[in-house]
Design a protein around this ligand. Structure first.
Ligand code: COI
Length: 357
């Protein structure tokens, strides 16, 4: 393995790339990882050297904080390749800032922009062949941080590991999904951690989502914990509703993730002259709109899927199917095409969101 230093980052390249063994056409989201990863340890109140090295297993003490008290946060981002083979990141500093908000709430240390953004760019330069060209294709980026200090004393860890791994992602098209509106379970509460990307937020969703799937729905629309009437997120995504020609999404709060896709779609929709309202929307608004034939579309928005269309929802044991909508009339389709066009440089990035590595 060759060892070199760039920007004070130590770089250890793999002896043999595994890229030729990857079937990029059929890769399943989140199951295959690139040749290298970035690792950086925090100890004695400071971050150490960024190490970029071959992707592989790690060793931790069984008593490490993360296994017991769950000090763990992550981000989801993507890198795209344009027709000239240049690789682009989409609003990476938004993810870096949100990562630090999550870190603060979970009593974890802040990480600097150099280690996060420049470290990521250096890692991507090494694994740039893993970014596939073509519409919808991308390299999914998973930065994360865990508490690694050994000992089962219930308190914040004093040692942490920051790591970035990369996973090729194909066009994520799973068709429209049926969802169930949560009437009992919650993903977040006021004063809690709903606005962060802490791992426990996701683990807590698995059981209610499994119940929804057993009942024939693919995802849950999460409602506020106090009244179970306000529609807040869908699965692991922010959620948008189109009533007549108005596009509505809930305002961010302590319970709702400040999604980069969400805020980008809001800006694109406004730039297209759509009527956009960021306001709380309740179940009764939906029931009324569907009764009057005014509910046109529901879709989730997040990095992994970009936009996931919803075909209908269940509430109080009754299923409500949305009317069919042609692609050319769909806000979801138009917004997705525009966002993906900007991300892959097929459409001019007038917002200045893309960053070349
Ligand atoms: C995202 O879409 O950004 C996510 O975080 C989804 C991930 C949990 C797979």
């Amino acid at each position: 393995m060759s060892l070199q230093t760039i920007n004070d980052f130590s770089i250890q390249k793999t002896e043999k790339s595994k890229i030729d063994s990857i079937d990029f056409e059929n890769v399943k989201f989140g199951t295959v990882f690139s040749d290298h990863m970035l690792v950086c340890h925090y100890k004695d109140g400071a971050w150490g050297q960024v190490e970029i090295k071959p992707y592989g297993p790690m060793q931790f003490e069984p008593s490490s904080n993360v296994f017991h008290y769950g000090q763990a946060i992550f981000e989801g981002m993507k890198a795209y390749k344009d027709d000239n083979d240049d690789v682009w990141l989409f609003r990476p500093r938004e993810n870096w800032e949100r990562f630090n908000k999550s870190a603060e709430r979970l009593a974890m240390p802040q990480i600097d922009e150099t280690r996060f953004v420049d470290g990521l760019k250096t890692l991507l330069q090494l694994d740039r062949d893993w970014v596939q060209k073509g519409k919808g294709n991308a390299l999914y980026i998973r930065p994360f941080m865990i508490g690694t200090h050994p000992g089962v004393v219930a308190g914040p860890s004093s040692e942490f590991m920051f790591c970035i791994i990369l996973s090729p992602a194909r066009t994520y098209y799973s068709g429209k999904v049926k969802v169930q509106i949560a009437e009992h379970y919650s993903r977040a509460a006021n004063g809690g951690v709903g606005y962060t990307k802490c791992s426990g937020n996701y683990a807590g969703q698995f059981y209610p989502t499994k119940l929804a799937q057993e009942a024939g729905y693919q995802q849950v629309i999460w409602t506020d914990d106090a009244t179970h009437t306000k529609l807040e997120e869908a699965g692991t995504m922010n959620v948008f509703f189109r009533i007549n020609d108005t596009l509505i999404t809930a305002p961010t709060s302590e319970r709702i993730l400040d999604g980069v896709t969400r805020k980008s779609l809001l800006d694109i929709a406004k730039s297209k002259g759509l009527d956009v309202q960021v306001k709380s929307i309740v179940v009764n608004d939906l029931l009324e709109a569907i009764k009057k034939g005014e509910l046109k579309e529901i879709f989730g928005a997040g990095t992994a899927v970009t936009i996931g269309q919803i075909e209908g929802f269940a509430y109080q044991d009754e299923y409500h199917q949305l009317p069919e909508i042609a692609d050319e009339d769909s806000y979801a389709v138009m917004l997705k095409e525009t966002l993906q066009g900007i991300q892959t440089k097929a459409i001019e990035d007038t917002f200045n969101w893309t960053e070349k590595i």
